[in-house]
Write a protein that binds this ligand. Structure first.
Ligand SMILES: Nc1nc2c(ncn2[C@@H]2O[C@H](COP(=O)(O)OP(=O)(O)OP(=O)(O)O)[C@@H](O)[C@H]2O)c(=O)[nH]1
Ligand SMILES: [Mg+2]
Length: 310
């Protein structure tokens, strides 16, 4: 299923269908009860936490809701639900309006990082598809040298999408691959160089140190604003995935999140936790294994889809 910004709503609804049925769908019935008593708040809290919104964001949401209800004298539970949705959108927007530069299309170098298996390489295929839609010429660097299969996987995507791949052999220095990719990109006059990276290491070297080194190589000769680091997070791993992603966010100054596998058993709420706890905007969501299964993230659309009743 492919969705663009224009038809994103219908596709987002489909992508989060399982989520709605099992988690956010229940919030409607909680607010359908007559009075807003402690039981209601306990239920809302429990539902938000089980939907992966996270304890911190849930606590903040409930405090905001209670404050507004008191200040505005609200008694209508439908109105409370509206405010909850609004505040969730606000959390998602605050992070997208933070000082991180989220204009990805004008970038010259994009480095994709994240825990192993989250979907980095597949998301690169999706990014290529988006850049190609903008008429950009791309080159990929296979700086995940952890195993030969990773290099082959990128080669297959490159072939399929008509993009050159710069790679070295398994076990080689990722920094050297990054260097060569940049040189090749310049020589071939490409607009964007996208770099795949490893999620784990075969040596005892610290992964963050290795990735920082790759980033330093990529930064040489490029303005800081022309380089982006995209953090890939698997939506199905919930809070656990979020805590694993934190190290990447802290060490690599990531510009934005590519949230993958939203078509899986994701509870969707993790998107709010990411925005609240990592303060990095979610830029893209992946909802399938094809390079076309991607959407540009929109906070309004997402929350609307999450709470849709049909
Ligand atoms: N359903 C679904 N599957 C996805 C999505 N994104 C990635 N995958 C699948 O997840 C698996 C892992 O994806 P990769 O792209 O290889 O992940 P990676 O982070 O590059 O993995 P390593 O290189 O081993 O660290 C593959 O089977 C992908 O097809 C998605 O949005 N939806
Ligand atoms: Mg990979």
């Amino acid at each position: 299923m492919h969705f663009s910004q224009e038809d994103g709503y219908e596709a987002t609804v489909r992508a989060v269908a399982k989520t709605r049925g099992s988690w956010f769908g229940k919030i409607h019935s909680v607010f359908r009860s007559d009075s807003l008593d402690q039981d209601t708040w306990d239920n809302v809290e429990e539902l938000l936490i089980s939907a992966d919104v996270g304890v911190l964001a849930t606590t903040r949401l409930i405090t905001l809701l209670k404050d507004r209800i008191e200040a505005e004298g609200i008694v209508d539970s439908e109105k409370v639900l509206q405010i909850l949705k609004q505040e969730m959108v606000n959390i998602l927007q605050v992070s997208s309006e933070s000082n991180r530069d989220k204009d990805m299309i004008s970038k010259e170098v994009v480095m994709v990082v994240g825990v192993n298996g989250v979907g980095k390489t597949t998301s690169i295929a999706k990014l290529i598809s988006i850049y190609q839609d903008h008429g950009k010429k791309i080159l990929i660097g296979a700086a995940d040298t952890y195993r030969a299969a990773a290099i082959d996987q990128l080669g297959i995507w490159g072939h399929r999408l008509g993009v050159d791949v710069v790679s070295h052999k398994e076990g080689s220095d990722p920094g050297a691959v990054a260097f060569d990719a940049i040189q090749a990109g310049k020589a071939r006059g490409v607009d964007v160089v996208i770099i795949d990276t490893a999620g784990r290491l075969h040596t005892k070297n610290n992964l963050m140190e290795e990735l920082s080194k790759v980033k330093r190589v990529l930064s040489t000769g490029h303005a800081e604003t022309s380089i982006a680091t995209i953090l890939t997070i698997d939506a199905t791993t919930g809070q656990n995935g979020l805590s694993q992603a934190r190290a990447f966010a802290e060490k690599l100054n990531c510009n934005g999140v590519f949230l993958t596998k939203l078509d899986g058993t994701s509870k969707g709420g993790v998107v709010v936790a990411i925005a609240h706890e990592l303060n990095i905007p979610v830029l893209y969501v992946g909802n399938g294994e094809s390079h076309k299964d991607v959407a540009i993230f929109n906070p309004d659309t997402f929350i609307k889809a999450l709470f849709a009743t049909e």
